[in-house]
Design a protein around this ligand. Structure first.
Ligand SMILES: [Zn+2]
Length: 326
């Protein structure tokens, strides 16, 4: 990861803050519970001294005493659980509610960086901080079929706008549900305002929520970063490439709106090809039809996309215009 020391510190400050917050919550709850539930503190004290005694006996290697202490501990714990239940509290009332239960807000699992750390680093490196806010608004819960008509028929396919989008949404769900066990890539193409970016965002949200690392770029941003990297202006040169090649999902939005040239053509091929070799999924959204890919980029780009991508041709009216008149 191309993190500077200060960025690294900033991420860890967030983890420290979360841990501190959790600790305060637990302390407050404990204090309140002790005040309300007679006998609870005594049980906790007994559990604590029993645990200390157990640790000492463990050092002595006294297995009979250990077994006895274990039984005592179990008895105290079930007594505590019963007492809490009596007062309408569950036994995990005193367990912290972690932002990331997988690493318990430490950023590490068995010495390896947690997925939440990777995503925090991606956000920081690529200033993707606004992605989260976008995804709050654009996700499957806010997606609406109202903008797609069953009477608007695509002459090329004979299918309505509504049928086409329903089909696309089903394929998106399939993509998400089989993200781990089936390598797949998506290619959304169609006119402006048809919901291509919205669908990409829906997928990004689902996968981020499941702990995968996702990078979102417009084509313009992607080539800008790869260009800086290529010409050595970026001190962490190959790191930017590594993240782009390695993240679980890369979204390239608005492909074809950048200024294309031989550089973008070769970089696009490199990027798509590397990700296919590493079996990392990519979503492309674009106004470009498949046959334009060869003209604008290269035959090689066309061939990679046609062999490894699920192609979806979205069709319908411009939603941005529809929204304005409703
Ligand atoms: Zn985590």
């Amino acid at each position: 990861m191309a993190l500077s020391n200060s960025q690294y510190d900033e991420i860890f400050r967030t983890y420290d803050e979360r841990q501190l917050h959790n600790q305060h919550v637990i302390e407050r709850r404990t204090k309140e519970a002790y005040a309300q539930i007679p006998g609870l503190k005594e049980i906790d004290d007994a559990i604590a001294s029993c645990s200390v005694a157990q640790a000492r006996k463990l050092l002595d290697g006294d297995s009979d005493a250990l077994e006895e202490l274990k039984q005592q501990l179990d008895a105290y714990r079930s007594k505590k659980a019963a007492l809490l239940k009596e007062h309408g509290l569950s036994s995990d009332y005193f367990k912290p509610s972690y932002t990331c239960p997988d690493c318990k807000d430490t950023g590490y699992i068995n010495g390896e960086r947690c997925h939440c750390f990777k995503q925090a680093a991606i956000r920081m490196i690529y200033t993707q901080s606004n992605l989260k806010e976008v995804l709050e608004k654009e996700n499957f819960n806010t997606f609406s079929y109202d903008y797609y008509s069953s009477e608007d028929i695509n002459p090329a396919t004979g299918r309505s706008s509504l049928d086409t989008i329903k089909d696309a949404v089903a394929k998106c769900h399939y993509f998400i549900d089989h993200f781990d066990d089936e390598f797949n890539n998506l290619y959304f193409y169609g006119d402006t305002g048809i919901g291509k970016t919205f669908l990409s965002n829906c997928i990004a949200k689902e996968l981020l929520d499941r702990g995968y690392s996702v990078i979102y770029f417009t084509a313009f941003q992607l080539f800008d970063i790869l260009g800086k990297d290529k010409f050595g202006r970026n001190e962490n040169a190959s790191d930017a490439h590594q993240n782009i090649f390695d993240c679980d999902l890369l979204i390239i939005d608005d492909l074809g709106t950048e200024l294309s040239n031989s550089f973008t053509s070769s970089q696009l091929f490199l990027c798509l090809n590397e990700r296919i070799l590493r079996r990392k999924s990519t979503i492309i959204s674009t106004n470009l039809r498949m046959n334009q890919l060869a003209d604008i980029y290269s035959e090689r780009v066309l061939s990679r996309i046609s062999s490894s991508y699920t192609v979806m041709n979205l069709f319908g009216a411009d939603i941005r215009i529809l929204k304005r008149y409703r």
